[in-house]
Design a binder for this molecule. Structure first.
Ligand code: NAG
Ligand code: NAG
Length: 431
């Protein structure tokens, strides 16, 4: 059968960006009529980590294309995470344009819509040139998107603060962020102080997002009703279509990948909600002194299991898991919410501080480690608070309530399901 509809998908191949975009595209592909082709543009390294290893597991409507990652030919990249991001940004958008040309020849059909990571703001120009919709996907929470959207107001407000200590004031002037402190904000907002390639990119994104046809999030309206209402007024469409993890439109449930033996180990645990699950995502390794403090604090729990990789969504689903110690990246927070597991937060960079503030003070589904870093006392305190005692009980109730709302959102007639249908409509319009 021929290809009738060709949709281009542009990934940002760092951190946990490409995987949730692919999860969204898999849902869209599963819900699209035959003859729909999704061309997925990503760096080779990222591609090899997010696509299933066996061809037969792959969705036939999705075809991956390699995009040049900016590392000079023949060289092996040895820099930091942020240096890699810088190189990639420098190679864009030419690297994407080259790959798109190849894909259009391949499919015998021009692209009629661009779904992209929101960071790839230049896609609005590519889309405009082609006369097709630009649909940016914001891979984080609506709270951090809102913070970025209010960059100008925040900078003005900071100017008005008299002393450094005043930065502990909260952002009462932004709907839904009244519990967030200035000090929680992503550093990229303060471009003058951090003119990094990523900060420049994010600020360009903020300028250009209003030109999009729809801004899409892996979240659900009910978690942030005030922010949702406000952001709906700023964009043509603002569509919460998650959590993808709970969505029934997910093409294939992730296979029982237990190569590190986590799930079978959890099976041997006899007490419900007794296990502390710790993970800092794909990019971060906490400093050694903090890891030592964390280990000392955990010694009160007697035993544990260390693995290089865990099937996180399945671990969190297991009845023996009682808390998730996390860097508070959005995907981790959302997976924990989807499974009803409370959080202990040790944020590092980007949106993680905003998320952890929302976790503790707005959603009340977890706590941040006192002082922002692991030391033995603060870590034991946080573990006690969540695992035992009344405060922990309340936190658990709150996260379970949010889990129900998340499940409702992706259910029949749920808000995310409705918004997903709208998204399908938007991307299916033929030129
Ligand atoms: C993407 O990665 C998968 C898994 O490693 C591989 O089979 C496939 O050939 C890759 N595709 C591209 C276009 O690089
Ligand atoms: C998204 O869902 C909300 C809540 O159900 C609904 O009010 C809104 O109309 C939906 N948006 C679209 C564009 O369908």
């Amino acid at each position: 059968m021929g290809i009738h509809l060709h949709i281009g998908v542009l990934a940002f191949p760092f951190g946990t960006h490409a995987a949730p975009l692919l999860a969204l595209v898999e849902r869209l592909a599963a819900a699209s009529p035959p003859g729909t082709r999704f061309s997925f543009f990503n760096s080779a390294i990222s591609n090899s980590t997010i696509f299933p290893e066996s061809e037969s597991d792959a969705n036939k409507n999705i075809k991956a294309y390699d995009v040049f990652d900016g590392t000079p030919e023949g060289e092996v990249f040895r820099g930091t995470h942020f240096e890699a991001v810088g190189l990639f940004i420098k190679a864009s958008p030419g690297n994407f344009e080259n790959a798109i040309e190849v894909a259009e020849v391949d499919a015998g059909l021009k692209i009629s819509c661009l779904i992209t990571d929101a960071f790839l703001w230049f896609a609005c120009d590519l889309a405009e040139k082609r006369g097709v919709p630009w649909v940016p996907f914001w891979t984080a929470a609506s709270c951090s998107l809102s913070a970025h959207a209010y960059t100008d107001e925040i900078l003005k407000a900071v100017e008005g603060l008299k002393e450094k200590a005043d930065q502990e004031q909260t952002l009462t002037f932004i709907p839904g962020l009244s519990k967030v402190h200035f000090t929680d904000l992503p550093p990229e907002i303060f471009l003058d102080q951090n003119p990094t390639p990523l900060a420049i990119t994010i600020n360009n994104m903020v300028q250009n997002l209003p030109r999009s046809t729809a801004v899409v999030l892996n979240s659900f309206e009910e978690i942030d009703p005030l922010i949702t209402k406000d952001l709906k007024s700023k964009f043509q469409h603002f569509l919460n279509v998650g959590p993808s993890l709970l969505s029934t439109t997910t093409a294939s449930p992730s296979p029982d990948n237990d190569k590190t033996g986590c799930l079978s180990w959890l099976e041997t645990q006899t007490r419900p909600k007794s296990v502390v699950y710790i993970s800092f995502g794909t990019v971060i390794t906490p400093p050694e002194n903090e890891l030592a403090a964390l280990a000392e604090a955990l010694e009160t729990c007697e035993y544990g299991k260390m693995v290089s990789w865990a099937p996180q969504a399945r671990v969190l689903e297991h009845g023996s898991v009682g808390v998730f110690v996390t860097h508070c990246g959005w995907n981790s927070v959302l997976e924990s919410v989807s499974r009803g597991v409370p959080l202990i937060c040790r944020p590092f960079f980007g949106d993680q501080k905003v998320n952890s503030r929302m976790v503790e003070d707005t959603w009340k589904i977890g706590v941040r480690v006192e002082g922002g870093v692991f030391d033995k006392t603060s870590t034991v305190e946080a573990l006690r608070c969540v695992m035992t005692g009344e405060a922990g009980e309340a936190i658990r109730e709150n996260v379970c309530r949010l889990k129900e709302k998340a499940a409702g959102a992706v259910g029949l007639e749920g808000s995310s399901s409705k918004n997903f249908t709208k998204l399908l409509e938007i991307i299916s319009v033929q030129k």
